[in-house]
Write a protein that binds this ligand. Structure first.
Ligand code: 5FU
Length: 286
């Protein structure tokens, strides 16, 4: 399978059409939610206390389709935190993605997903998993996770100098296709699966392309959604470090959504010369 985004035609279906192809229930719900709510923005809520995490979720909840968490960087993340996150998710209509990046042998992968200190599968709709350990973790997770939970396989990373090769990405995608009801899609920088039901999410998003001093490689929403064919922009510091988190989220929401409309050929035409000339006769008639 050839997966280079740059030399393949981009996928054109709407999110609703993608939902109809999804064999994982979480991917199906998210695609549909995105079209209904008109947002493809996910916020990486990398807060370090439950209060900061919940404050951010309350503030930007109305703008997002997905809240991405790292429960293990939150000091004293507990069952109450998870319950309040779920309540906010229902109130504001977004789903939750715990970016745990499980990468261990099947037995441990399972415990990390369903037990441990965070009981992730009790509150997260999506959990990320690396392909590095092979297929075993997916097989084990397919036997214990609820059908409403989706695994996102890390097929590519945004960090400078990461060790992922194109061959590795292709193998991860092939592996994901063998678990159609478990695997929701991929964390990637571009479209990597030709299955329209797979959701693609891209971290490393800022207003313009650049590399940060700590080696995070950022792309713009337009590059991610319109040019690279991904479905969801994941934005972290560009939103939660902003003076006005809500305004920043609204800006990314608008940019991400417009890029999607352009991709599917439904972008509103900008006011143009045609409009001016069409009204000109009236303006000049009197
Ligand atoms: F899989 C990946 C990846 O390749 N790059 C990432 O940056 C995940 N991430 C996550 O997206 C990372 O763990 C952060 O939670 C977030 C990016 O945050 P930023 O503040 O927008 O750089």
């Amino acid at each position: 399978m050839q997966q280079q985004a740059s030399d393949e035609p981009k996928r054109q279906p709407t999110y609703t059409e993608c939902a109809a192809h999804s064999t994982n229930l979480a991917a199906q719900s998210l695609f549909q939610l995105m079209d209904n709510k008109k947002t493809n923005l996910a916020v990486a809520a990398d807060a370090q206390t439950p209060e900061q995490l919940l404050d951010l979720a309350r503030r930007i909840g109305p703008e997002i389709c997905l809240l991405k968490t790292h429960g293990d960087i939150v000091h004293q993340f507990d069952a109450n935190t998870a319950a309040e996150l779920l309540r906010l998710a229902t109130e504001h209509q977004f789903l939750i993605f715990e970016d745990r990046k499980i990468a261990d042998v099947p037995h441990i992968a399972t415990l990390q997903a369903i037990r441990g200190s965070h009981w992730i599968s009790n509150w997260a709709h999506f959990i990320s998993v690396h392909g590095i350990a092979g297929e075993g973790p997916l097989k084990a997770l397919s036997e214990c996770l609820s059908k409403e939970c989706g695994i996102l396989l890390v097929a590519q990373m945004s960090s400078a100098g990461n060790l992922i090769t194109k061959a590795y990405t292709n193998k991860v995608v092939r592996m994901g296709k063998r678990y159609p009801s478990l695997v929701a899609g991929f964390i990637a920088q571009e479209l990597v699966s030709n299955d329209a039901g797979h959701i693609h999410m891209t971290p490393g998003v800022a207003l313009c392309r650049h590399t940060s001093t700590d080696g995070q490689q950022y792309l713009s929403p337009q590059q991610v959604i319109r040019d690279n064919g991904s479905d969801v922009i994941i934005v972290g510091r560009a939103i939660y470090e902003s003076q006005n988190q809500l305004a920043a989220a609204q800006t990314f929401r608008r940019l991400g959504w417009n890029a999607y409309l352009e991709r599917i050929g439904q972008a509103n035409p900008a006011p143009s010369i045609q409009f001016v000339s069409a009204t000109a006769p009236t303006n000049h008639s009197g």
